[in-house]
Design a protein around this ligand. Structure first.
Ligand code: SAM
Ligand code: SF4
Ligand code: F3S
Length: 471
């Protein structure tokens, strides 16, 4: 951070290069992580460089998530903390631009301005390409500047080229290819906060991926709320699906690993399933949320498939890629869920056998159909179901990790570990793996024999080069 000047800076009105400190706080899904990185890119020409703490920052962006309850309380409590920092700086004659971005900003922009008048900017996920203009307007405006439109233009067309991986020297990166959702699951705010499904053109995605690879990224996770609904305009005038995009990405030199998340079971087409067999770059780990194992609840959730459809889909995927491991999301306590419905969810989890999963108690989100549905499940019942499900998920996850011990895996080294001389990497299954080794291996993939399972990671050692399959 030594390049950052200590002198206070006025709000930017011109594209000067005066260094200013930008702190971004990111909550929510990986799309918010990607958006935070791109907001940082957008502000760079205005002289903003990222810093690790809000104290002393000239601009703080709080990038928020609205997916579950208490989202806004959490925002207001964080804003209370940031207000103290802003006021302390003001007392020293320094100004701080305070921005609230993301899905809470989209859903509750006006309330934020009313309850937290010290906030300067409120911007939704579709408008962050307009940040420079908004920052300039905020410098002139008396009150807050709000921009939560769903503009006709695609924000991606207006963004500068991504500066590279999300972390300096990063070996792994997210790349948003698709946004929004038209599926309208009964419980979910995403179609309202992120808008209708839209895909980025193929050429833009490939160009961004090439730049990432050239800057040292070895693993890209393609992102979208329904990433496998991707339908981008191809350079040949046709519409490309996700499978076709993946085949093209696999041609980019240096890109050793590809992933995509989050997929919807309904959009898992044959070509995409085949890609799992064809593309060694496509990692054998798939996040495929099912939410419930009960057909009644799946219907109430408007998921558009049955539990057996999901089982058959997993079978087909495993036929094509026998080493495929899966993760999922589950909601317990959706309105109308009985003990029998919950038992069906437990049965599905046992049938599939997940490497990892996320589970939540249903949370009523204002404006969603489920929020007004009858037959709510008592909190205590929901809670008990969640604990039971989480115990099973934990058991499966521990078993998966324990089964990794003794296996040889390709590990992509992403950085240093905590202990001296230790490297940290990730397995094809996104497990954290630690190995003693030199820094020169960061950014490379090596064969490692897994020797121990620790609480949240694995450790292992290199196998001799002669036995190693990968360079
Ligand atoms: N698009 C993805 C899908 O269809 O599965 C994920 C969307 S959401 C960002 C991530 C997860 O949050 C969902 O899969 C769901 O399990 C959970 N979630 C969404 N709304 C929820 C709610 N109202 N209450 C509890 N969990 C919720
Ligand atoms: Fe939400 Fe359903 Fe869309 Fe996923 S598919 S983002 S859960 S509405
Ligand atoms: Fe949250 Fe918005 Fe992502 S509600 S989960 S940040 S799409």
């Amino acid at each position: 951070m030594s390049l950052i000047a200590e002198t206070p800076s006025p709000l930017p009105e011109t594209r000067t290069a005066a260094p200013k400190r930008l702190h971004v706080i990111t909550w929510g899904c990986q799309m918010n992580v990607y958006d935070s990185a791109r907001m940082t890119d957008v502000l760079r020409p205005l002289g903003y460089a990222p810093v690790d703490s809000p104290e002393g920052a000239d601009m703080v962006i709080l990038n928020t998530c609205h997916i579950r309850e208490r989202a806004s309380e959490k925002v207001f409590s964080e804003l209370g903390r940031l207000r103290v920092i802003k006021e302390a700086r003001a007392a020293e004659g320094q100004s701080t631009v305070l921005a609230v971005a993301g899905c809470v900003a989209q859903a509750e922009g006006k309330e934020i301005v009313a309850r937290a008048p010290f906030v300067d900017l409120v911007l939704g996920p579709q408008t962050y390409h307009r940040l420079p203009e908004m920052v300039a307007r905020a410098a002139r405006a008396a009150g807050a500047v709000i921009d939560t439109d769903f503009p006709a233009e695609q924000k991606f067309d207006f963004l500068p080229e991504a500066a590279g991986p999300q972390l300096p020297g990063g070996v792994t990166a997210f790349l948003t290819v698709q946004e929004g959702c038209d599926k309208f699951c009964s419980f979910c705010v995403v179609p309202y906060t992120r808008g209708a499904e839209a895909s980025r053109p193929v050429a833009a995605v490939l160009a961004e991926a090439r730049r990432m690879a050239a800057s040292g990224v070895r693993e890209i996770s393609l992102l979208g709320q329904n990433v496998n609904a991707y339908h981008g305009d191809g350079p040949d005038g046709s519409t490309w699906d996700l499978a076709r995009l993946l085949y093209a990405l696999a041609e980019i030199p240096g890109l050793d690993r590809l992933r995509y998340t989050t997929s919807h079971p309904r959009d898992m087409g044959e070509a995409l399933i085949r890609a799992h067999a064809d593309l060694p770059q496509l990692m054998p780990f798939l996040h495929l949320p099912v939410q419930s194992g009960s057909d009644r609840i799946l219907q109430a959730m408007n998921r558009g498939h049955t539990a057996d459809d999901y089982r058959r889909l997993v079978d087909r995927l495993r036929e094509h890629r026998p080493d495929l491991a899966l993760s999922s999301d589950f909601i317990v306590g959706h309105p109308g869920e009985t003990d029998a419905d919950f038992a069906e969810t437990m049965r599905l989890v046992r049938d599939i056998g997940y490497a990892q999963s996320y589970s939540f108690s249903w949370s009523p989100r204002p404006g969603t159909p489920a929020a007004g549905a009858p037959n709510r499940v008592a909190d205590a019942v929901s809670h008990a179901r969640l604990l039971e499900l989480q115990a099973l998920i934990r058991e499966q996850q521990d078993r998966f990790n324990a089964d990794s011990v003794g296996r040889t895996m390709d590990i992509l080294f992403t950085g240093r570990g905590r202990k001296p001389g230790q490297l940290s990497g990730r397995s094809p299954y996104l497990q954290a793996v630690h190995v003693q080794g030199p820094d020169s291996l960061i950014g490379t993939t090596r064969r490692v024999v897994i020797e121990r399972m620790l609480t949240n990671s694995l450790s292992g050692s290199f196998i001799p080069v002669a036995e190693s399959a990968c360079a």
